[in-house]
Design a protein around this ligand. Structure first.
Ligand SMILES: Cc1cc2nc3c(=O)[nH]c(=O)nc-3n(C[C@H](O)[C@H](O)[C@H](O)COP(=O)(O)OP(=O)(O)OC[C@H]3O[C@@H](n4cnc5c(N)ncnc54)[C@H](O)[C@@H]3O)c2cc1C
Length: 208
């Protein structure tokens, strides 16, 4: 069967043949449990069909662009949280008799972080605006730009935040190591960075 032969259903948790398997141990995102869902000769009544028969892929895809913009907002929040923590730390931490924020190499990191967060904010708001206006065609490109860019910014910014905090960055006493672990999922969930690049390339090639 290709994707068009698949149908979407609502499966309720007490349906025969449905069970939950083990909960996975994850690198990050521990506040959001992830586990196995097991379907073994699961019986689902026809009335639980979601959308049109054999068009399950369409149901699945219909929410993806909006999901990508939401994920961009997650990434933006992670990046901003890590940046603010690093900025405050850099102003307080004294090394060689001065706050580390006076060192140009730390300043360059903070400048790049601030710039990338600002650009992430703009592309996320642009995606949210298009979603709000139901401009689905335009969203194909913008949602992938937003998801790809902000997730990679979240990874870079959280990693640099750990670096700015030095040894403390690696400790659980400060939130930046968790943010770095959480940020990694952002480049995987909702379509990996590689898949976003495929979508963007396909879209720009089809328009040119
Ligand atoms: C905790 C967790 C929660 C998640 N939640 C969601 C969610 O809510 N919504 C959601 O949409 N996704 C979510 N995901 C992501 C989803 O479950 C998959 O992990 C993701 O879509 C990648 O699929 P895969 O793991 O099968 O990797 P694979 O498809 O096996 O990919 C492995 C690697 O190969 C690359 N790759 C695959 N195909 C190509 C290609 N054609 N060209 C180039 N490179 C390629 C991938 O980018 C990746 O780097 C979540 C993942 C995790 C771990």
């Amino acid at each position: 069967k290709n994707a068009q032969g698949v149908s979407a259903f609502i499966v309720e948790k007490d349906f025969p043949g449905f069970s939950r398997g083990k909960k996975f141990e994850k690198m990050g995102w521990r506040g959001s449990p992830t586990g196995e869902l097991i379907f073994e000769d699961c019986r689902v009544p026809a009335e639980n069909l979601l959308g049109i028969e054999n068009k399950g892929a369409t149901v699945l895809m219909s929410g993806l662009n909006t999901e990508r913009v939401l994920l961009a907002a997650f990434s933006l929040g992670l990046a901003r949280g890590a940046y603010e923590c690093a900025l405050n730390y850099a102003k307080e931490r004294i090394q060689f008799g001065k706050p580390i924020a006076t060192f140009q190499m730390i300043q360059a990191k903070l400048a790049d972080m601030a710039m990338e967060i600002e650009l992430s904010r703009l592309i996320t708001y642009r995606g949210a605006y298009l979603a709000d206006q139901n401009k689905h065609r335009e969203m194909n490109l913008t949602a992938s730009y937003a998801k790809l860019y902000t997730s990679e910014v979240a990874m870079r910014v959280t990693t640099e935040a750990v670096q700015i905090l030095g040894g403390y960055g690696y400790m659980k006493e400060f939130p930046v190591e968790r943010m770095m672990r959480d940020a990694k999922l952002q480049t995987i969930g909702g379509g990996t960075s590689e898949v976003q690049r495929i979508i963007i390339a396909r879209e720009i090639l089809s328009r040119s």
